[in-house]
Design a binder for this molecule. Structure first.
Ligand SMILES: Nc1nc2c(c(=O)[nH]1)N[C@H]1C(S)=C(S)[C@@H](COP(=O)(O)O)O[C@H]1N2
Ligand SMILES: [Mo]
Length: 557
């Protein structure tokens, strides 16, 4: 469709809307399309928003070096940064579409249609999508088309090179939407140009303002409506049964009184969160089920009520992310409540030759766990509880896997709904084609929590403290050295078992040392006799290694 006000090939001297008006129109069009799409998604299924779906697709498509850079630069804010980047690109293109539309509306609308197609493709390729997920994109695109049409029709016209005849640039009156094309009849030199120009600008600004308000209302309303779908009410209604095998009380000597040392238990509210989900999946426990199938003697299906009737075990297990840099924060320890994964697998009866559990989340994420590890007697859990409450939504409500000794990406599938017993040769889990190792045993590591790097300490005694971990092996020793000097034994706190991190403290007697900066390093030795390597490795492809290092400035004594 052509806008009568904007000839397809304006001569250099003919009036047309300014580039600025075009760019503004494009931006507003994008905002309107997205706002309306968010609103429709909020009314129907929040995950069907094309904005989310495209963001999610970008996250899934991000190559390892970029994801690595984003994580190391922005930490857990990496998703926000990636999506922000996408929005910046999107708005840049939208501005271009607006500029083009001012000359040829049809071309602008075609550009908009390209966005619509990208949105539809993203939405429909989400693992949990349904046919009805097209509506937010379609209705959003239609709203965008309408907004763009209105904006081009009301955009004030200006002479790009000044007015013919040498007068100052002035603008032309608006085209009344749906009315006769007026441009042809208007003689810019006829004398009432100023009044008309003012009217025109007002019409454009009104259209732009109304559209922006609608866009914002859609965005805010859509977000608001999306919360209707959250399962926090269903979650708080859950009464978890007691454990058939509870943990004994924690031994004395846990949590040494050192300010700044990691607490033995990481509270749910501050437990690190890593996943690919822009919106944590909202899984109603009443609709949840788990299917175990593939290379098994008999398929097993389990709903949430049946899961809660199974014997539940309690255990302290320290979860760790493969993306945790040396000294980094992506590790946490919790008391988990769940049923034995091995028992469930025995019920299904894995067939000979199977070596992998391909575990799938409701959002399509998959983790690949060695079958042998899940069955070797360690507390591999299909967990429902974390630190005494139902799993928080961001941590996998209503059910997730927790397996001591393996990085989260190969063991800790959240919102798990499907376990396929298969082989590593046949199936690759989510992160494997993206450059991470198929196998992800946790490396024996340590972290110095205090003193903080760059802080000032002393004079006199300085308490150095932190945590060390070698899940399902156990930490036997931690040593600390200062400025490359001899390694000195730290004091280990008690632990309830071998599946958690272990707190440690060491007193540095800095009495008599001159001021200046000192480098602290630590290393752990696990119960197999292996000592944490000094070899520095980045997080990809199978976890960082090296000694944690902290520099402290010592007050001279
Ligand atoms: N569904 C789903 N489960 C997932 C992930 C994910 O992206 N999606 N990430 C895994 C990774 S990489 C880690 S380290 C752990 C983190 O669990 P947390 O967020 O509860 O700490 O979850 C694992 N389970
Ligand atoms: Mo992870």
């Amino acid at each position: 469709m052509m806008n009568p006000a904007t000839p397809s090939s304006p001569g250099p001297g003919s009036p047309r809307p300014s580039v600025r008006a075009g760019a503004i129109s494009g931006l507003i069009t994008a905002a309107a399309a997205m706002g309306v799409a968010q609103l429709v998604a909020g009314l129907t299924t929040p995950a069907s928003s094309p904005v989310l779906a495209v963001g999610q697709a970008v996250i899934d498509a991000t190559p390892l070096p970029v994801k690595d850079w984003a994580t190391s630069t922005f930490g857990t804010g990496d998703k926000t940064v990636l999506v922000g980047g996408v929005l910046v690109l999107l708005f840049a293109f939208a501005a271009g579409i607006g500029i083009v539309a001012m000359r040829r509306l049809a071309a602008g609308l075609a550009g908009l249609a390209v966005f619509g197609v990208i949105g539809l493709a993203a939405v429909l390729t989400r693992p949990d999508s349904a046919g009805s997920w097209i509506w937010p994109t379609l209705i959003g695109a239609a709203a965008g088309a309408f907004a763009l049409t209105m904006l081009t029709r009301t955009a004030p016209l200006a002479y790009p090179n000044g007015r013919p005849g040498g007068a100052a640039p002035r603008e032309l009156p608006p085209i009344i939407f749906g009315g006769e094309p007026a441009t042809a009849e208007v003689d810019p030199a006829a004398g009432h140009g100023d009044l008309d120009a003012a009217r025109s600008r007002r019409a454009f600004l009104t259209t732009a303002g109304v559209t922006l308000i609608a866009a914002a209302a859609g965005e805010v309303g859509g977000r608001q409506l999306a919360t209707r779908h959250n399962v926090s009410v269903a979650r708080s209604a859950i009464r978890l049964p007691g454990a058939a095998r509870p943990v004994p009380p924690l031994p004395a000597g846990i949590d040494p009184k050192v300010p700044g040392i990691s607490s033995f238990i990481s509270p749910n509210s501050s437990f690190y969160r890593i996943d690919t989900a822009l919106l944590p999946p909202q899984v109603d426990p009443h609709g949840w089920s788990l299917r175990i199938h593939g290379m098994v003697a008999r398929e097993v299906r389990l709903n949430f009520a049946q899961l809660l009737r199974m014997p539940l075990l309690e255990d302290y297990i320290t979860l760790c992310c493969v993306s945790n840099p040396v000294g980094g924060p992506y590790i946490g320890n919790a008391k988990w409540l769940g049923t034995s994964l091995a028992a469930l697998l025995r019920r299904a009866g894995p067939l000979a030759g199977a070596d992998q559990l391909l575990c799938t989340s409701v959002d399509g994420f998959t983790s690949g766990t060695p079958l042998a590890v899940a069955m070797d007697g360690r507390d591999a859990l299909l967990a429902v509880g974390m630190n005494g409450s139902a799993l928080p939504v961001e941590h996998g409500f209503p059910a997730r896997l927790v397996i001591p000794g393996l990085y989260g990406y190969v063991s800790a599938c959240k919102w798990v709904t499907d376990i396929e017993v298969t082989t590593f040769a046949k199936a690759q889990a989510y992160w494997v084609p993206r450059g991470w190792s198929q196998q992800g045993p946790i490396k024996t590591e340590s972290r110095i929590d205090v003193p903080a790097s760059g802080s000032t300490a002393g004079p006199g005694r300085v308490t150095v403290a932190g945590v060390a971990w070698a899940q399902h092996k156990g930490v036997d020793a931690v040593e600390v050295r200062v400025n490359g000097g001899p390694w000195q034994r730290a004091t280990l706190a008690a632990v309830p078992g071998i599946d958690t991190w272990r707190q440690w403290t060491w007193e540095w007697d800095a009495t008599g040392q001159p001021g200046g900066s000192y480098l602290m390093e630590a290393r752990a030795t696990d119960a197999t006799g292996y000592t944490q390597t000094s070899l520095v490795a980045g997080v990809a492809p199978n976890g960082a290694s090296g000694y944690p290092q902290v520099t402290v400035n010592l007050q001279a004594s």
